[in-house]
Design a protein around this ligand. Structure first.
Ligand SMILES: Cc1cc2nc3c(=O)[nH]c(=O)nc-3n(C[C@H](O)[C@H](O)[C@H](O)COP(=O)(O)OP(=O)(O)OC[C@H]3O[C@@H](n4cnc5c(N)ncnc54)[C@H](O)[C@@H]3O)c2cc1C
Length: 379
C-alpha cells in the first residue's frame, strides 16, 4: 500500500519538510511505498529576510530568488497549482485547475500574507517592505528623501517581529552615511504597551532607541491614514503627522485556509508541541500559518519542519513517535549596517539579547547565503 503525503505551500516550512522527508524516507520513496506531493502557488521561492537588504541596495533582487523545482529533492512531485480547498474529513486537497490530491498525511504550510486593504488609506499612503515590489519602491523613496519626519507604524501579528526594528536601525545608519541625521527624525509606533511582543527585546530596544534619539510611542493601533493630509489616526484616538510613512500592513493566513473553514483570519488551530491540527492526527501545521503565539519567523518554520519530518518518519516507519516541538526560535537582529545582536528562546526560556557585535552581523550575512542549504534540508 502506498502512503501519500501532501504538502501545501512551497515556502520555507514546506520546502524544508519535503526535502527532509525525501531523505529520511529514501528507501520508501524510491520504492514507491511513499509518495510526496507538493502543491504550491508560485514557481519561484524567495528568501524573504532578503527584502530588508533590497531596501538599502545591499543585495540585488535576483540574489534572493530561486526556482522552487531546483530546491526540491527530485523524488518530490511539484505541482504549481494553488490549493483552493482543503477537505480534512475526506482527506483531499483540491487545486485551482480542478485536480484532487488524496492524502494519508497532510502538511499545511501556506504561510501568511499582507492585507494592506484592511486599513483605509494605507495602500495609497504608506511604504512597506514585505514583498519585492514594495521593497524596491521604498528603496527608491529613501534615495529621494531629502529630510523630514519618517513615521514607522506597526501592527501585529506580523511575520518576523524583529524586522521593523532592523529596518529602523538600518535606516539610522543609512541617513548617518548620507550625513542627514540632523535633517531626519525617526518616530516608531507599536500597538501594545511596549516596542516588541517579547518584553526583554522591548527593554533592550528602548535603550537603543534612546541612545540614537529615535522617538517612540506605544499603544498606537493604526485605524486610518489620510494620504492627502499626511496624517495617521489610531484606534486610541491619537493623530500623528509624517513626511514619509512606513508600515507593516496587517497580516492574515492564506485565503484557502479561510475558504476551507480551517481557521479565522487564516490561522490554523495547532497543538503547540505535536504540531497537529486540533482534532486531526494526520494533519500537521507549520510555519506562519499556525495559531501558536510565538514568532512567525523563518527559524520557527525551520525548527518546526525538523520536528514534523521526524514525527512523520517515525510514524510511517515505526508506527509511533514521541518527538515534540519545544518552541525554539533563533534570530540574528541587525542593529545597523555593521553590527547585529542575537536572540534565542523557547516555550520555557525567555530571550536575552546579547551586546551587538560585528561578528553577529557577519553571521547574519553568512546565513543569508546559506539559507539555500537550509531549504534543501542540509543545514
Ligand atoms: C522583510 C522580512 C524579513 C524577515 N526576516 C526574517 C529573519 O531575519 N529571520 C527569520 O527567521 N524570519 C524572517 N522573516 C520571516 C520568514 O520569511 C517567514 O516567517 C517564513 O518564510 C515563514 O515560512 P512559511 O513556510 O510558513 O511561509 P512562506 O515562506 O511565506 O511560504 C508559504 C508558501 O505557501 C504558498 N501558498 C500560499 N497559499 C497557497 C495556496 N492556496 N496553495 C498553494 N500554495 C500556497 C506561498 O506561495 C508560499 O510559497 C522575514 C520576513 C519578511 C517579510
Amino acid at each position: 500500500m502506498t502512503t501519500r503525503i501532501v504538502i501545501v505551500g512551497g515556502g520555507s516550512a514546506g520546502t524544508i519538510t519535503a526535502n527532509l522527508l525525501a531523505r529520511n524516507l529514501y528507501k520508501e520513496v524510491t520504492s514507491g511505498k511513499v509518495v510526496i506531493n507538493m502543491i504550491t502557488d508560485n514557481p519561484d521561492h524567495t528568501y524573504q529576510p532578503g527584502y530588508l537588504y533590497v531596501v538599502f541596495d545591499k543585495v540585488r533582487p535576483d540574489e534572493i530568488v530561486r526556482k522552487q523545482k531546483d530546491l526540491l529533492d527530485p523524488h518530490i512531485n511539484l505541482f504549481v497549482d494553488p490549493a483552493v480547498k482543503i477537505d480534512r474529513d475526506n482527506r483531499v486537497v483540491v487545486t485551482k485547475s480542478g485536480r484532487q490530491f488524496d492524502y494519508d498525511y497532510l502538511v499545511i504550510a501556506t504561510g501568511s500574507r499582507i492585507v494592506p486593504e484592511d486599513i483605509p488609506g494605507l495602500k495609497e499612503g504608506s511604504y512597506w517592505f514585505y514583498d519585492m515590489q514594495s521593497a524596491l519602491r521604498l528603496r527608491e523613496a529613501l534615495m529621494n528623501f531629502n529630510g523630514g519626519k519618517i513615521l514607522l507604524s506597526m501592527g501585529i501579528p506580523h511575520k518576523c517581529p524583529v524586522a521593523p526594528l532592523e529596518l529602523t536601525f538600518m535606516m539610522y545608519d543609512y541617513f548617518k552615511e548620507r550625513n542627514m541625521l540632523d535633517k531626519v527624525q525617526l518616530h516608531y509606533t507599536y500597538p501594545i504597551n511596549r516596542l516588541h511582543v517579547l518584553e526583554p527585546v522591548s527593554d533592550w530596544t528602548i535603550g537603543e532607541f534612546e541612545r540614537k534619539g529615535i522617538k517612540y510611542d506605544t499603544f498606537f493601533n493604526m485605524e486610518e491614514i489620510d494620504p492627502a493630509k499626511n496624517v495617521i489616526r489610531s484606534m486610541e484616538g491619537d493623530e500623528l503627522g509624517y513626511d514619509m510613512l512606513i508600515t507593516i500592513p496587517p497580516h492574515k493566513g492564506a485565503q484557502v485556509i479561510e475558504d476551507s473553514g480551517l481557521g479565522k483570519n487564516g490561522w490554523v488551530s495547532t497543538d503547540r508541541r505535536k504540531l497537529i491540527n486540533t482534532g486531526y492526527d494526520n494533519v500537521y501545521v507549520i510555519g506562519d500559518t499556525t495559531d501558536i503565539p510565538i514568532s512567525k519567523a523563518g527559524s520557527t518554520a525551520h525548527f518546526q519542519s525538523d520536528v514534523v519530518a521526524e514525527r512523520l518518519t517515525s510514524i510511517i516507519s515505526q508506527g509511533d513517535t514521541v518527538i515534540e516541538y519545544d518552541g525554539k526560535v533563533v534570530c540574528f537582529v541587525e542593529t545597523g549596517f555593521d553590527e547585529a545582536t542575537y536572540i534565542w528562546f523557547n516555550y520555557n526560556t525567555p530571550p536575552k539579547p546579547t551586546p551587538p557585535s560585528r561578528m553577529l552581523h557577519w553571521m547574519k550575512l553568512g546565513y543569508n547565503r546559506l539559507y539555500w542549504l537550509t531549504a534543501r534540508g542540509i543545514l
